[in-house]
Write a protein that binds this ligand. Structure first.
Ligand code: ATR
Length: 273
């Protein structure tokens, strides 16, 4: 039996077991995918022992993605650039890894709004946490220039340093000015979710051809998406990023490339609500 899992802390609310369990059943594979709680202090030892653990590999979630990247001997260029790995497997006895958040972000938009990236122009990314790094990388790969707006400008500057010239770090006071220029707007913050601290963004300034997406998927319709829809703008919710980022790992461990189907989405949506 092939075994895989997801490590994080806390890990109880991870939907990854539901996603991989769906595919294991669908293909009738003799395999398992479990939650593996690993406290921050135990992460180094976990990754050290992983090649001899009997696991085919793991997904890595908060707060271990950076630690994982440091332990992987065969780190692919995407994960090396981001300094974070979320999908690990064993290759000739050595730990190998990548970061599939970039793939997940792009595949979600490709599926939700085919042709969303043509012509590339300016993209506005709001927020500068770990997930924003993957979003920025994906947008650069598709030819966009990126304005990166964050409440704490120093964090935006740190992310921008990875791609000098093509990522412009700004504060949230620049949102209204940039909203009219950007073809694609991505929210990566939790602003407004708990009824406070809404983004200082006037949605009336956004061009009618612009696309709005959010990487937050709880709730599925975030305040940003709700306001964009009320304006009649095209939107894509964040759940597809979670579903699509799981695809490459499943293929590595279990040998079949799975698909993100409406049935899988429904299963996860039902669990979220
Ligand atoms: P992750 O790494 O998962 O993306 P994170 O590091 O907690 O998450 O980052 C959350 C992002 O949301 C940050 O960009 C944060 O801004 P700061 O860097 O200034 O903290 C942003 N954020 C959270 N709440 C916000 C709010 N009320 N208004 C504006 N930005 C907010």
């Amino acid at each position: 039996m092939t075994k895989a899992g997801v490590i994080g802390w806390p890990i109880a609310h991870s939907r990854s077991p539901m996603i991989h369990g769906f595919w294991l059943r669908q293909f009738g594979i003799d395999g398992s995918y479990e939650r593996i709680p690993v406290e921050p202090g135990a992460a180094d030892a976990f990754f050290e022992g992983l090649p001899r653990s009997g696991l085919a590999g793991v997904n890595v979630t908060l707060p271990h993605k950076e630690t994982a990247a440091r332990h992987v001997r065969r780190l692919d260029p995407v994960a090396a650039d981001l300094g974070a790995a979320n999908t690990l497997w064993i290759e000739d006895g050595e730990l190998a890894g990548t970061n599939t958040d970039v793939h997940g972000f792009l595949a979600n938009l490709d599926e939700g709004l085919p042709g969303w990236d043509a012509p590339a122009g300016l993209a506005l990314v709001i927020g500068a946490g770990g997930a924003a790094r993957a979003v920025v990388r994906g947008l650069l790969d598709r030819g966009f220039d990126v304005a990166l707006a964050n409440r704490t400008v120093a964090r935006a500057e740190a992310v921008a340093a990875a791609a000098p010239g093509r990522v412009r770090p700004v504060g949230l006071d620049a949102l209204d000015r940039l909203a009219g220029e950007a073809r694609v707007i991505v929210n990566t913050t939790s602003a407004g979710l708990h009824g406070e601290g809404d983004l200082p963004l006037d949605f009336d300034r956004i061009g009618s051809e612009s696309i709005i997406t959010d990487i937050v998927y709880v709730p599925l319709e975030t305040p940003v998406l709700a306001r964009a829809r009320a304006r009649g703008l095209r939107t894509v919710d964040g759940l597809g990023m979670l579903l699509h980022q799981a695809v490459p790992g499943f293929e590595k461990w279990f040998g079949v490339r799975p698909e993100v189907t409406p049935e899988l989405r429904e299963l996860v949506v039902a669990d979220l609500s």
